[in-house]
Design a protein around this ligand. Structure first.
Ligand SMILES: [Zn+2]
Length: 475
């Protein structure tokens, strides 16, 4: 198999494709997206200046050809390649590249096959492609064609046509083909829906992308996305493992919108600076936790939602998430005011509590968790769980939730901590117990690195889930 792919690779001509310049693109970004240098990109298009315009067609040439194999990616060395060039292309260090190929010197020759890491520069080359999301849906009690169509942003006609149905009658257990209008954009720091960030990575601490749409439009797109996400989860639910049935849980992704939270510098595999934006990474953990909690039978609500992304697997982790200011509060009335100021920010923290409390209108088994990753030089690395306290007054139920969570997050090498604070997001909260979790202290370089890995984000979400399950067993 590998041999076959390699022989293809050896005879394949250099790949060329065209890319149509989008508004807001820069040569730097396009080059980066297709793993080329700006010089290469300019040369292959005969450009003299850095000036490009929307609609312009650029020739993208990828000089080497990589193929996937079970043990990673094999790369065939071409004339002009050097170890450092190849290493850079695959976001590796030269040392690592030499080590996994057992090379002693820096000498390589055209035609030589090199093993590279499993994530693929090829991916970075693929142009963002728009596609529909397709899936099977099993009809449940109470469903109607119009309900299902609405849930997936389809028309009833479309739904009937794509399933060859003539009448409006459907039955429980029937399998329907769903083809939503959600446009999925595949990127290696994605996937994204409807729109993608302009930049492929967060390039500086101050970089931000101002949302082009009104808050109400972003809210509708975000609702649409959450609808499809929910329908997917509902289909995967297993009625035998509903340990959190009856629990209502609000997840509060700590920042978003105007407020990115902490932004710290970190290094990629080539010792180049990358930046980690708290709100973008924490939102991803929140969505993972949301899914796990709903699969366990809980009803879950988010205070902040995003119009263009669900769970994101950034591969390689060097493809950081960009500070997009497009997140909105999960409340239609807030977003009807057409102003940038209604987006989440430090000035409207109380909105988070309002959204939660509306969801908690029915008292009982309710929990509130605000999710963060702080940047605190004075604190050791590891998670911190905060409950409400002020001048010796303590919310004792929240403190016991915090203690249980602390134990669930505790690792031998990275111990968890606990503390009481008078935080606005924990004040006046109607939940039975409410806590704030700083899942990692990104002041520590290793912790910021860990946040960039989607596998570690997933295990972080698992640890928080463990804390919730342990609390739910007790109360
Ligand atoms: Zn924070």
């Amino acid at each position: 198999m590998a041999c076959l792919l390699l022989s293809c690779a050896a005879h394949a001509p250099a790949l060329t494709e065209t890319y149509v310049v989008q508004r807001g693109d820069s040569l730097w970004e396009i080059a980066d997206q297709f793993s080329m240098s700006v010089t290469e990109l300019k040369r292959s298009n005969g450009l003299r200046s850095h000036h490009i315009y929307p609609g312009q067609r650029l020739l993208i040439r990828s000089e080497g050809r990589s193929t996937r194999s079970s043990s990673g990616v094999e790369y065939v060395v071409r004339r002009g390649d050097s170890l450092s060039k190849i290493a850079a292309r695959f976001s590796m260090s030269v040392t690592e590249l030499k080590r996994i190929n057992g090379l002693r010197s820096n000498q390589i020759y055209p035609g030589q096959k090199l093993r590279t890491r499993a994530y693929v520069a090829q991916q970075a080359r693929t142009r963002p492609s728009l596609s529909h999301v397709e899936m099977d849906y099993v009809v449940r009690r109470g469903d109607s064609l119009s309900k299902i169509a609405a849930r997936f942003s389809m028309s009833v006609t479309e739904l009937k046509r794509s399933n060859g149905i003539r009448s409006d009658r459907i039955y429980v257990g029937q399998r329907l083909k769903i083809r939503t209008r959600l446009q999925k954009i595949a990127m290696d720091n994605g996937p994204y829906y409807f729109s993608r960030p302009k930049a492929a990575v967060q390039r500086s601490r101050g970089y931000r992308e101002v949302p082009p749409k009104k808050p109400i439009e972003d809210y509708r797109n975000a609702q649409n996305l959450m609808g499809v996400f929910n329908a997917n989860i509902t289909m995967r639910r297993d009625s035998r493992s509903q340990t959190l049935r009856g629990w209502r849980i609000v997840l509060d992704p700590g920042h978003g919108g105007r407020d990115p939270g902490a932004i710290v510098s970190n290094l990629d595999g080539n010792n180049r600076s990358v930046y980690v934006v708290e709100d973008e990474f924490v939102y991803d953990i929140a969505l993972r936790l949301y899914q796990k909690l709903r699969l366990a039978g809980a009803e879950v609500e988010m205070t902040v939602i995003s119009p263009n992304h669900l769970i994101r697997e950034n591969n390689p982790p060097a493809r950081t998430f960009v500070h997009e200011q497009n997140e909105v509060y999960n409340d239609v009335s807030v977003n009807r005011r057409n102003s940038f100021s209604v987006r989440p920010g430090l000035h409207n923290i109380v909105q988070r509590v309002k959204i939660a409390n509306r969801f908690f209108a029915r008292r009982g088994k309710t929990l509130f968790i605000s999710l963060h990753a702080d940047n605190t030089p004075t604190r050791p690395k590891g998670p911190l769980v905060i409950y409400w306290s002020r001048r010796g007054k303590i919310d004792s139920r929240s403190r016991s939730f915090a203690r249980i969570m602390e134990r669930a997050l505790d690792l031998p090498d990275v111990p968890a901590q606990i503390g009481g604070r008078n935080l606005a997001v924990l004040r006046g909260n109607l939940a039975q117990a409410e806590i704030l979790v700083e899942i990692r202290n990104v002041h520590d370089k290793g912790e910021a690195w860990a946040l960039r890995s989607h596998k570690i984000r997933d295990s972080d979400a698992d640890r928080i889930l463990r804390g919730i399950l342990n609390y739910a067993k007790r109360y």
